[in-house]
Write a protein of this length. Structure first.
Lengths: 208, 246, 94
């Protein structure tokens, strides 16, 4: 209930989308959306594919880097997952194609101190995840969405996807990951958003 | 008198359809201190459970119409707010509003000199406040509005603009249509580009003050073109709406 | 501004005028701000604004560095202005 002036007849988009009627697939506080909203903190980067690389650096024995062609040649699979954004939309059954982070990490030898992954992107965006949160099929680098190459507005040519976390952790325009012993809050984590971002625990904001 | 930051209750006094998808709302406000042409208001809509959204709308009317304030809203089919405003709101309804807001995209007749206004679709709204104000105070500075619309039936304020264009007070509207060319059309029929801007700007001269409003892509492209033509960035003020259809 | 789902999301700082006015207590769209990264000075209303992210971000129109970030949570509003070297608020005389 609210003590604010209520606008006659206004319900907002969420009821029209039927929030709650698919039961437990919707995390707390979220509404289902049929479209795919674009959210961005900056201009859309446009790195030419001939210059694009994906690298793994930091606490690994030897850093590794793939060109675009090399990346596409890596073993890839299809993923159908539900995605939740901290701005409250949830989209069900999103179809992606990409490379599991497990596959990428097979190309390096991790230092035993490696505990955190910092994902970094064109345009300066960063986000942080515990290493344990990106292993065992929990994260992938996607380059196709809904059967077509991922468009720049949605993070193309490639973005990280971590379905079990709010979508700000799924860094668009990803260019690499860095393994660290220390955690390092990223662009939004360092500024009021929750360090972990588990949508099922509604971890949206850090303690005020 | 309410400060511009304070939310107050506006009453919808009347509605008027500008085109099939664009409607103007006349609002009366209990505590309105006036505005400058180009400023906007924020509306806040709240559902019974407290869920609320805010949107900004440029003021379409001239300050001389106070205490009545008009906004003009395009109905976006998947939108959350514009379909509500079009389909549900009727005269007598009240909405929360604050304003006027924004000192950046403002022109009034105290600023002399030639004026070029460039609008795309509903980007014409704040420019219309400037044009209406100019006519009301009897300003005579050479002023041109270059207005891009998809089709002739989608030109917002068409009759009023054509009527004002016909009076001899130095104002002229130049139309361009991007998706159709009706029989007998003698305006431009393509997207705004450097050549068009150059031609439209010519009688006004390179010292003209410029205001561009509309979808981000149109505004970017027009602003960049004008700088290439030789205008200083400081002569140009922009109001980007975001992507097409906003 | 109004609803959007695709395309270039950047708008002008003027779009945040209401929120900035709440924070600063006055309209700041005409206040010049100096970018800490490149040194260019632009009015707040002319900065590049991204308002659809989890928070709002204002960037330098010249070098695109982040000048200001604003996040509104349930209980508080955070503003970060590390990217602004200074603001210049003109005082009226008398």
């Amino acid at each position: 209930m609210t003590d604010r002036f209520v606008t006659r007849g206004f319900v907002g988009r969420r009821t029209a989308e039927g929030s709650g009627d698919v039961g437990s697939r919707i995390p707390p506080g979220q509404y289902i959306t049929r479209d795919f909203p674009v959210l961005s903190a900056g201009p859309t980067p446009r790195t030419p594919l001939e210059q694009w690389t994906f690298s793994i650096q930091g606490l690994v024995k030897e850093p590794v880097s793939w060109s675009w062609q090399e990346f596409l040649a890596l073993p890839a699979r299809e993923w159908t997952v539900d995605i939740s954004c901290v701005t409250k939309w949830t989209k069900l059954d999103m179809r992606w194609k990409g490379v599991s982070v497990d596959t990428l990490l097979e190309a390096v030898e991790l230092d035993e101190r490696a505990a955190f992954v910092i994902a970094w992107s064109d345009g300066g965006y960063t986000t942080n995840l515990p290493l344990a949160d990106v292993l065992n099929g929990q994260a992938f680098v996607a380059y196709e969405y809904d059967g077509a190459p991922l468009v720049p507005e949605h993070g193309g040519p490639a973005r990280l996807v971590v379905p079990a976390r709010y979508f700000w952790k799924s860094a668009k325009w990803i260019r690499g990951i860095r393994l660290q012993a220390e955690d390092q809050p990223g662009f939004w984590e360092s500024f009021g958003y929750h360090n972990r971002g588990d949508q099922w625990r509604e971890e949206r904001y850090s303690g005020d | 008198m309410a400060r511009p930051l304070d939310w107050q209750l506006a009453t919808v006094a009347g509605v008027h359809d500008e085109t099939d998808t664009v409607r103007s709302f006349s609002l009366t406000l209990p505590n309105w201190g006036g505005h400058r042409p180009g400023q906007h208001v924020d509306l806040r809509l709240t559902a019974e459970d407290g869920y609320s959204v805010e949107r900004s709308y440029s003021i379409a009317s001239e300050p001389e119409r106070a205490p009545e304030v008009d906004i003009t809203v395009e109905r976006i089919p998947d939108g959350e707010v514009s379909p509500f405003l079009h389909d549900v709101v009727v005269p007598g309804d009240r909405v929360e509003l604050r304003g006027p807001i924004g000192g950046y995209f403002v022109w009034d007749a105290a600023q002399p000199g030639p004026l070029l206004l460039v609008g795309g679709g509903s980007g014409v709204v704040p420019l219309m406040a400037m044009i209406r104000h100019r006519a009301r105070v009897g300003a005579m500075n050479p002023t041109r509005l270059l207005l891009s619309s998809r089709g002739a039936d989608e030109i917002i304020y068409r009759e009023e603009l054509d009527r004002m264009s016909a009076t001899q007070d130095g104002f002229e509207v130049v139309h361009t249509l991007t998706r159709e060319r009706p029989a007998g059309w003698n305006g431009y029929s393509r997207r705004i580009d450097e050549a068009m801007l150059s031609e439209v700007l010519e009688p006004l001269g390179r010292e003209a003050r410029v205001y561009i409003c509309g979808p981000t892509a149109l505004v970017e492209s027009a602003a960049n073109a004008l700088v290439r033509i030789g205008l200083a960035p400081s002569q140009i003020r922009t109001e980007r709406f975001g992507p097409t259809g906003s | 501004m109004a609803d959007m789902t695709t395309g270039d999301l950047m708008v002008d700082g003027n779009a945040l005028a209401g929120l900035l006015a709440e924070l600063f207590g006055a309209d700041v769209t005409l206040v010049p701000a100096k970018c800490a990264a490149c040194g260019e000075v632009n009015m707040m209303g002319g900065l590049h604004a991204y308002v659809q992210a989890p928070g709002s971000v204002l960037r330098c129109p010249i070098c695109h560095a982040v000048m200001m970030r604003i996040v509104q949570t349930d209980r508080a509003t955070r503003i970060e202005m590390r990217g602004i070297a200074y603001f210049r608020f003109e005082r009226s005389s008398g």
